[in-house]
Design a protein around this ligand. Sequence first.
Ligand code: MTE
Length: 375
Amino acid sequence: MALAAASTINPLLSWASDAATTVPGKDGMILRSFRFLDLEMPPEYANSWITSVPHFFVRNHMHEPATLDIGTWELTVGGEVENPLTLTIADLLKFETHTVTNTLECAGNGRAFEDPHVPGIQWAKGAVGTARFSGPRLRDILRRAGVKPTGKHVMFHGLDEVPGKVPPFIRSIPLEKALDGDTLVATQMNGAALAKHHGYPARAMVPGWIGAASCKWLTEIKVLDKEFEGNFMSPGYRLPNQPIKPGDAAKPEDTHPVTALNVKSLISAPSDSSTIKSRSLNIQGVAWAGEADITKVEISTDAGATWKQADMGKDQAKYAWRLWSYRWKAPKAGDYVIMARATDSHGRVQPELAPWNPSGYLNNSIDKVKIRVNA
Ligand code: MTE
């Protein structure tokens, strides 16, 4: 495992509630799992439209491939197609390249705040990031293979090393999303070859959907006549069809797969539990909505009693988060609860408390930070 000997506290992050860790190629990230590398971005890094690779979260269900020889790497395309393909990296690079700026979020981001507690990686706020992903459109590859009329779902399989009895990370997406002009087989992230943690040499990139749809270290694409059946499709990554009582189990037949992301916002400054030595401050952060657009972000500085609209940043793209900011003067020294609430073009508004579900998926409860103004 490519981890430095011990976790160290980065002095710049000494205010973070969780210890930062040292991983080559990564900077100041929170270690959520060591066995299979899972790294969370401290919320303070959500301060730029594009997240740098060193600050981009990592979510692995199993071991990353130990060795990966680009000279022998191949991507096969098979199943319900007229002409099965075997593509090398050189073949992939001959397809037209398309770039999508996408906010990638793990379905389990925010799971740590579920009450009652749910099992799984205890992601707090930062299993999310925005990057420019580039590569061929999946649609162009599927067209070359010629999808048969029986093709309904597209399955992705990566080169993860599957330990023992763990089921392999295989999932599928509906053909319609696979044929969307923005769904990619990405070979680049922020203008450079994908880093190993992010799926080198190629990954699926299914914009606006939960991160689990975007399979890393891709080696096989298979067109299926129905949704893939496997652990990571069911029981994994499913939500109850109706709200259930917190703590209750969901009936498997009464669930559906998690697909597009929710409307959500994150406060990047000021930091939670910080003391501010000025009464004037800039409240800022990001907001995203999967396949929808953010229409407004509102800020409360009085624990939700009143709300004011934030200014939106100028950078925008279909599947990317928006930066927002709100200049505020605290009326007097004291303790304050600051909250951010996003609304999107589908009319969705972040709830004060997101409906509980047994896996803690898509938790988009309104973000809050507590601060002390000492001036
Ligand atoms: N692809 C493979 N092959 N194996 C994995 O464990 N994790 C998925 C997805 N693709 C995963 C995978 C999940 S759950 C998420 S949230 C995203 O990758 C995270 O992408 P990142 O690590 O590049 O941030």
